[in-house]
Design a protein around this ligand. Sequence first.
Ligand code: NAD
Length: 481
Amino acid sequence: MSATLQSYIGGEWRNGVRTGQDISPANPGEVVAEVSMGDAALAATAVEAARAAFPAWRAMAAPARGEILRKAAELLDQRAEAVGRDLTREEGKTLAEGIGETRRAVQILRYFAGQTLEPDGETYPSNSPITFLYARREPIGVVAAITPWNFPIAIPAWKIAPALAYGNTVVWKPAEIVPLTAVHFLQALVDAGLPKGVLNLVLGKGSEVGKVLTTHEAVDAITFTGSNPVGRALQAEAIQHGKKVQLELGGKNPAVVLADANLDHAAEHVARGAFLSAGQKCTATSRVIVEQSVLRDFQDRLVALIEGWKLGDPLDAATRVGPVVSQDQMETVTGYLDAGAKEGGRVLTGGTRATNLGDGYYIQPTVITDLRKDSRVAREEIFGPVAAIIPAQSFDEAVKLANDTPFGLTSSLFTTDLSRALTFANDIHTGVVKINQESAGLEYQVPFGGMKESSSGSREQGKAAREFFTQWKTVYLDPSP
Ligand code: NAD
């Protein structure tokens, strides 16, 4: 790894066209790394390298591909503390979260290494007695993976590991503000023996290199996680160019607290869902719908809990909530807090940038209530440590409010009533439902993805990943007469 972070194309580190800086959100005066930013021409070179490497990678026996992923998992596991620390330095989530996310990437690599030993097709009874009729999953070709900053190693892992395991080659464009974590993940795969050109890393701005990745004739599929406006624009363009596209987008995830719930447990899990990683999870809780009869009681517990959480340096072991990732993100969140005040919102705790923590991008965990129904704070994805409390008169009204959003990523319900739990799981329009658990926090062996505006309808992780990263080939085989 060189002092200035570079792109990695066809097995070589490559300079871009200008230098950028990777800034610490806890201390914006600290430059975590210098970055050589690539342009569209460099991205095209990466696509060509991936195309050239595809035939040999496709031809390699799947279990041999799996062995490389397994070795990369071992290496990343050995490096997890150092990688997690760098992740925290550039992204701002707490050290425990940074190391935990790195270990999640290790588990994902191991899981997809194992998937290379699973059956890759099906046989069918043919209407002809002599025909051996089977269908087999084959790789798609060159996959462009475009990833966000908020899970800078887990999301790349759950895209790149299955793409590689199933025999595709990859061009990866991580979010420009987390290049160091990207280089660490790539390095583990390179050190594990990944052949040249199989995984290519392009460091650069989405607006500069994105178009090549979505339109180049040698790209077969695009897997994207990020914001709705970018994702939908990219989808329209990519489909026009005949690409297979997968999008995982934003959320406005509800947690419903019923009167019969264990309120301490609900408060703990709502706080975790809303404020860990400074609320910057697509699965974060941002609407808390509470049955009126326990509203005051629940609010008091939630506020008391959060006020005991330490906001501060993410490298300090006592910290529960770190900074938001960037100045832009801080301005977006404080903009929503200002809008909330204008929309009649009453702040129960937090409500502003923390001013006692230097220049870091710290926002106090905020609980806000009494918002108008059409309030932007209650309806739009904020992506910060802000939870809106919304009262409901009944279970039925709570479900209706929970579904009253264009998004449909995750949801959670707190109750001791099994019937209501099952009804909620049935009636809620989200791709993931948690009962008596926070809305965030996923396991990697099950499908993940959203409904409605939160996704393109495909699913990631678990065996579901195969759907996107492979295509069927059906073979009719008769003996020669
Ligand atoms: P973003 O849309 O700004 O960026 C995502 C990626 O797209 C980055 O790599 C960025 O550089 C790239 N990009 C930007 N413009 C592009 C263009 N014109 N062409 C191609 N690529 C371009 O999102 P973000 O701020 O990095 O991430 C936060 C968003 O991601 C939130 O909306 C969050 O909900 C969403 N998210 C969703 C999931 C999920 O699984 N559903 C998970 C994590 C984050």
